[in-house]
Design a protein around this ligand. Structure first.
Ligand SMILES: Cc1ncc(COP(=O)(O)O)c(C=O)c1O
Length: 462
């Protein structure tokens, strides 16, 4: 069949614009394209030529940019503080980095270093907190929130760290924990499953997390209660998705304060969205202004003390801080009457970017070289495992990438891969996990080498 190639029109002849790079609202402000059509990442006065990095370290490879994490955490904290001041809000704000989003050291440390507190969801995550404490990583006044089901070892660790004077607050998730926490000496939080639906992938009909509003009102007094917590969803794409649950939580907070006067904080959980598809969402400023304004207006309306606010935004901070790089190994016809092509990568969506398979995550995929190519093909990407589900099709449409005949050596970058993919990663067909590089202060360091056969065999008891 005769190959059809898409041509970039002259209106789109600026590669930076065409690939949606250099745009704040898309979190691509640090990307640009050099005169040779290669991808450049800027970090203050430093810059990285990604093709050069690939030439040195190969693919498949992840690159983490800790500065992006630092900037995003700083931005959240300073924007909340600014709107609290501007709007005359009486409560305070605390940001907690939810470790589950990415537990790698090179994600957690930059966040904590610029003022993040931490939210853990398991005993093992809390164990890492304990290590950080022992290594003197923390500032003295750091706060730790403990979510997730409390196994005995998890609770023992909470108590151990509390005894070491860490500001640690376990969040009660069910009746068994409620009973257990009667013996706990420090402040506690409680999680509510708010009766509000917001538009998002995770808005499941049945939510197993926390207590219903009616249950909480029936429980009444909770010993040392200081935080009311909810997590409405992830990747919440509308402002109303933040305002509606917050109003409902403030109503509940007001009622619960009658029996729990020490309750002074609402933890709104995660949810701030990432423009994975490079379509405009809300700006950070608009989102935070809306949250603080909603809290103030609603608390004033029902006459309750302004609650302190906590958020646990995970993907917002972590996703843009990592890119994943692959080489296109070969191409194949998609079907007899289809002019789209399979481009086969030297890695795996099912293993390295598992949400592609699990929740049909959309990604922004761009070339690392040949960004200025005039001939582009409509392609689907195939992973290297044997699995027919190991693919990325951009929702069944296509991805545009340079033509392989003109560009025999082609590398791609998948953007925004810093959230959730590492902890979910797997070893289908025993493929090696990508190398992990850290790009900071103009230097590249290896955080994890690409897995060798010896390491992979050991994982499976060989
Ligand atoms: C309790 C809790 N907090 C925070 C988060 C982080 O959510 P996001 O990454 O959408 O901000 C999650 C995600 O599942 C969560 O369950």
């Amino acid at each position: 069949m005769k190959k059809r190639v898409a041509k970039r029109s002259s209106a789109k002849s600026d590669p930076k614009k065409f690939w949606k790079l250099g745009v704040d609202d898309f979190n691509t402000e640090h990307f640009s394209v050099n005169a040779e059509g290669q991808l450049i990442v800027h970090e203050g006065k430093h810059q990285y030529n990604i093709l050069d990095v690939i030439k040195k370290y190969g693919t498949s490879t992840e690159i983490v940019f800790p500065t992006i994490i630092e900037n995003r955490v700083r931005d959240i904290i300073s924007t909340f503080d600014a709107y609290i001041k501007i709007l005359g809000y009486k409560g305070k704000y605390r940001y907690h980095y939810p470790m589950k989003v990415n537990q790698n050291k090179e994600f957690v440390l930059p966040a904590v270093n610029v003022g993040a507190n931490v939210d853990v969801s398991s005993s093992n995550e809390l164990y890492i907190v304990k290590r950080m404490l022992e290594q003197g990583v923390f500032r003295k006044n750091i706060h730790i929130i403990c979510n997730g089901p409390k196994t005995p070892s998890y609770m023992d660790l909470v108590e151990e760290l509390r005894a070491k004077n860490l500001n640690i607050v376990p969040i009660i998730e069910d009746y068994v924990e409620l009973e257990r926490m009667k013996k706990f000496n420090g402040p506690v939080g409680i999680r509510v499953n708010l009766d509000v639906k917001v538009k998002s992938h995770w808005d499941k009909k049945f939510n197993r997390f926390g207590f219903t509003e009616a249950e909480l009102l029936k429980i009444g007094k909770v010993r040392n209660l200081s935080i009311l917590h909810y997590h409405i969803s992830s990747q919440v794409e509308t402002l109303e998705g933040f305002a509606a649950p917050l109003k409902r939580a403030i109503d509940l907070y007001a009622k619960m304060r009658e029996k729990n006067p020490g309750l002074d904080t609402i933890d709104i959980g995660g949810g701030a969205a990432i423009p994975y598809e490079k379509k405009r969402l809300y700006s950070t400023k608009t989102l935070i202004q809306r949250i603080v304004r909603t809290a103030k207006t609603h608390a004033d309306k029902i006459g309750v003390k302004h609650p302190n606010l906590v958020s646990e935004w995970g993907r917002y901070v972590a996703a843009p801080a990592q890119i994943t790089l692959y080489r296109i190994m070969t191409e194949k016809a998609l079907g007899p009457k289809d002019d789209r092509r399979w481009y086969v990568i030297d890695g795996s969506f099912m293993n390295d970017l598992l949400d592609t398979w699990a929740i049909h995550q959309k990604w922004h995929v761009i070339p690392v070289n040949a960004l200025n190519a005039k001939k582009l093909r409509r392609v689907w990407l195939a992973g290297s495992s044997c699995d027919s589900d190991d693919k990325y099709t951009a929702g069944g449409t296509h991805i545009l990438l340079p033509d392989l005949e003109t560009n025999r050596e082609l590398y791609i970058a998948v953007l925004d891969t810093g959230a959730y993919q590492d902890p979910l990663a797997s070893h289908h067909c025993l493929l090696s996990s990508p190398a992990k590089l850290i790009a900071a202060n103009g230097e590249i360091k290896i955080a994890r080498k690409r897995e060798q056969p010896e390491e992979v065999r050991k994982l499976f008891g060989w």
